[in-house]
Design a protein around this ligand. Structure first.
Ligand code: G4P
Length: 534
């Protein structure tokens, strides 16, 4: 007989779905998010998320940088109810200046939604984020957006996903027309045609007429050429590709593809309905004590993101924790695996588009924001019950490198304290030259914004003014087998070797081409694009 808490956990897990959206800037992530909230009943009129964002900008000093640049630095967690399920959307910052946090958020997600602009197809940031999803074996749902504009042929887009990402596709719905003549989508599973009416910028839910395939009135509702085209398309897609196998989806081997237009709401509800049916619920996770099921009755979780000074008045720090098992309760005490200390989890917060609400309980699949008095670092496990640690969050290949200089020798101590604390927190990676005469730390980041945040915080929190001296590299690879393997490989050209924070050798390259050259010339050398934090 399951215990009372196990029954409670089973019910909580069964109704939870958690995901992050991966996309390139401008593909429509904000718009889609807003429309999901609209259909989820969390907002009543689209436009409010953007409005909130503007309001937030006006009130937050720390986000002065954000305001200046018109970008969102902080990622948020959006929670809404739909069809009696609780959906947690982990928002990954989508600007060009994305950071390592964008990757880390995927460590807390159970599913990913890959959002693609129909006219542009796969773009760089999406590809990079996809690689992280693949590394984690995340189920990937694809939403092809902006069908209300002229775009590429649906089949061509499917082919691009298959060829470039090596990911099988299964079209769950199929667009009827495109651009001005985008009328709706065909739902393959129910063999139904959904015809939509446009509303002004899709502020309200789209009016939707559903017609079964073969019903004669379709010929009245849909122009003849579009109907014939659809019949042809259906025959074609039924003849190609595999069926949607949920086990394969859950291993990240096949992606269900949805076509639509977030702006006009076409296809959004169909997507949400299927997502609920197909998505992976919070599942077992690997730990030092083996696989831990979410219904394990003791509370456990891990930190995947730290945020400092979200509210300048309080100069506070928030640790974002993914709840993995058990039930979180406000003010509970837990073990902090890395330090062996007992920590009280005070001031838990749920984040809804930056409005902080206090929460009393949370279940597996949820994310909570905890007050961080400097105890937590990225990847830390907190637990009750038997001792365990979840697999840490790795360092991902930085793309920008810069010496960080402190021009004022009297600030030496503060400079080093600041750099070391910010590194530990995961704000940036720190590397060092192997040349002992070059002692300045090398900041290594995934996005330019991380540099700015580090400099801003060194000045504001440690009183140290710094400047950067850029290095001309754009790729880092860790050498498998460490220094011995590197020595064995002999002399390498077109690369420079540095040490990471743990003294491991890292090769920096100016571009992909240089890296491929080194790999080609040294078949015995194995290079990794990420490395564990030790
Ligand atoms: P992002 O968060 O991924 O960066 O993208 P965002 O939602 O901000 O959308 C980028 C632009 O694309 C916006 O236009 C948005 O309205 C538009 N867009 C999003 N989805 C669709 C769609 O389905 N169809 C069409 N035609 N456009 C779409 P903007 O001009 O930058 O902003 P706005 O003035 O419309 O707010």
């Amino acid at each position: 007989m399951p215990t009372e808490i196990e029954v409670e956990l089973q019910a909580a897990v069964a109704r939870r779905r958690n995901f992050a959206i991966i996309s390139h800037p401008d593909a429509g992530k904000t718009t889609l998010t807003e429309k999901l909230l609209l259909y989820g009943g969390a907002i009543h009129e689209a436009g409010t998320v953007k409005a909130r964002r503007a309001q937030r900008k006006a009130t937050s000093d720390w986000m002065a940088m954000e305001q200046q640049r018109g970008i969102s630095i902080t990622s948020t967690v959006l929670q809404f109810e739909y069809r009696n399920c609780q959906i947690n959307l982990l928002d990954t910052p989508g600007h060009q200046d994305f950071s390592e946090d964008t990757y880390r958020t995927l460590a807390a997600a159970d599913n990913a939604v890959m959002l693609i602009d129909a006219a542009k197809g796969l773009e760089t940031q999406t590809r990079k984020l996809f690689e992280v999803c693949r590394m984690r074996g995340l189920p990937i749902f694809t939403f092809v957006n902006k069908l209300d504009r002229p775009g590429r042929e649906p089949l061509e887009l499917l082919d691009e996903i298959e060829q470039e990402l090596g990911l099988q596709t299964y079209a769950v719905n199929w667009p009827i027309g495109m651009g001005d003549r985008f009328k709706g989508v065909f739902d393959r599973h129910n063999q139904q045609i959904h015809l939509f009416e446009r509303s002004a910028h899709g502020a309200r839910e789209a009016k939707n007429t559903i017609v079964n395939l073969g019903e004669p009135r379709i010929e009245e509702l849909l122009e003849q050429d579009l109907y014939y085209q659809l019949k042809e398309d259906i025959e074609l897609i039924e003849g190609i590709g595999p069926e949607l196998d949920l086990a394969q989806l859950h291993k990240g081997q096949i992606t269900p593809v949805f076509f639509g237009s977030a702006m006009t709401n076409f296809g959004v509800q169909l997507f949400l309905d299927s997502f609920l049916d197909y998505a992976l619920k919070p599942a077992a996770r690997n730990s030092t004590a083996g696989e831990i099921d979410p219904t394990y009755p003791e509370f456990t979780g891990f930190v995947f993101k730290l945020q400092a000074n979200m509210d300048p008045k309080h100069r506070d720090r928030v640790a974002f924790v993914r709840v993995c098992t058990g039930k979180f309760e406000k003010d509970m005490t837990v073990n902090h695996a890395r330090s062996g200390k007992i920590v009280r989890l005070s001031r838990p917060q749920k984040l809804f588009a930056q409005d902080r609400e206090s929460i009393d309980v949370a279940y597996p699949g949820d994310v909570i924001g905890l007050n961080n008095p400097g105890v937590f670092a990225i990847g830390d496990t907190i637990y009750n019950g038997k001792k365990l640690e979840y697999e840490g969050i790795p360092c991902f290949s930085p793309e920008l490198f810069s010496y960080l200089k402190n021009p004022n020798p009297s600030k030496f101590k503060q400079f080093h304290k600041g750099v070391s604390e910010l590194r530990e927190e995961g704000a940036v990676q720190i590397m060092y030259s192997v040349d002992e005469s070059k002692r300045d730390p090398i900041l290594a980041a995934v996005g330019q914004l991380q540099f700015e945040v580090v400099q801003f915080r060194l000045l504001n929190e440690y009183g140290v003014e710094t400047y950067l001296e850029a290095l001309p590299y754009s790729l880092a690879r860790w050498v498998a087998g460490g220094w011995d393997a590197l020595k064995k490989a002999g002399r390498l050209f077109n690369t420079v070797t540095v040490k990471d924070n743990w003294g491991r050798p890292v090769l920096l390259f100016k571009n992909e081409w240089n890296m491929q050259q080194v790999v080609g010339d040294h078949p015995g050398l194995q290079l990794n694009s990420s490395a564990p934090v030790v």
